[in-house]
Design a protein around this ligand. Structure first.
Ligand code: ADP
Ligand code: MG
Length: 280
């Protein structure tokens, strides 16, 4: 399942003194099976855009097309409800939304709420928890007794238990230690390999280069650049001026290039670097 945004504007609280325009003329194509990254500074509109992908926000202007469902400013709750299950949105700090008294109940809540039987909801919850690496002895624990990283996993399992075909991740590794970050990124990569369409908001350019196949750069509510990570990260100077940066290995290669080492193209992953190095 792919998502296509056409000339989308989004304004918070239109027609009030608090009116705030967050997105301007966004056109983006998130292909089925892709791993698409969105980058940009705080306030550039990333979270607003992520909430358009599952119908939580409706465009103020323009259209969001998800399969046979087209969302516009006039769409009804029924249409966005349909998307809520298919497009799983993991918010920033999703653990803040845990609320049930046991881990298992919390993860089963979503599917239950969508009309799945209790038994089926619990079985999906078990499956999702095992996918994110939460072991069975934690199933009956209170989610608030878990570590930060475990709580994050439980929250993600809650979305996976809905069996979405698109997984939207809004800064999913923010605040985790390097090990927790690495493990979560490996989990998303694994889900992508199994066919899930993944949309990732991140500040980590190495993750963009290592995992994404396309990337959009947002600035003040507009898409200012897009393309494959390998093309985009050739623009070292521009991305540094914008204080977004490039992958570490790209920066390293750029430094070498400035000292006279010839690189036809800058590598964006370690694998690419090794490849270039061995063939020089
Ligand atoms: P990002 O996720 O890139 O940091 P956001 O989508 O959160 O950006 O914010 C984009 C713009 O919309 C910002 O100017 C922000 O202040 C504004 N904004 C975000 N959420 C709301 C809201 N609930 N009400 C009003 N304005 C908001
Ligand atoms: Mg945000």
């Amino acid at each position: 399942m792919g998502i296509f945004l056409k000339q989308v504007d989004y304004t918070y609280q239109p027609g009030t003194p608090f009116e705030g325009r967050a997105l301007f003329d966004i056109t983006a194509d998130i292909k089925s099976g892709s791993y698409t990254a969105f980058i940009g500074h705080t306030g550039s509109g990333k979270s607003t855009l992520m909430q358009l992908l599952n119908g939580l926000n409706l465009p103020t202007k323009g259209t969001v097309v998800v399969d046979e469902v087209t969302l516009t400013a006039e769409s009804k709750a029924k249409d966005s409800r349909l998307l809520r299950q298919r497009v799983g949105l993991v918010f920033q700090f999703p653990e803040s939304q845990l609320f049930e008294e046991t881990v298992l109940k919390d993860v089963a809540f979503g599917p239950k709420n969508f009309g799945v039987s209790d038994e089926e909801a619990l079985s999906r919850a078990r499956e999702a928890l095992s996918l994110v690496g939460i072991s069975e002895e934690l199933f009956e624990r209170n989610p608030f007794e878990l570590s930060g990283g475990q709580m994050r996993r439980v929250a993600i399992a809650g979305i996976l238990a809905m069996q979405p075909t698109v997984l939207v991740l809004d800064e999913p590794t923010a605040g985790l230690d390097p090990k927790g970050r690495k493990e979560l990124m490996a989990l998303f990569s694994d889900l992508h390999t199994k066919g899930m369409t993944v949309v990732l908001v991140t500040h980590v350019m190495d993750d963009v280069a290592n995992f994404a196949d396309q990337v959009y750069v947002l600035e003040k509510g507009r898409v200012i650049l897009s393309g494959s990570p390998s093309d985009l990260f050739q623009e070292v100077q521009l991305l540094e001026e914008k204080q977004l940066g490039v992958p570490q290995v790209t920066k390293f290669a750029q430094d070498l290039r400035n000292r006279g080492v010839a690189f036809e193209r800058l590598p964006v992953t370690i694998d690419e670097f090794v490849e270039v190095w061995l063939h020089e």
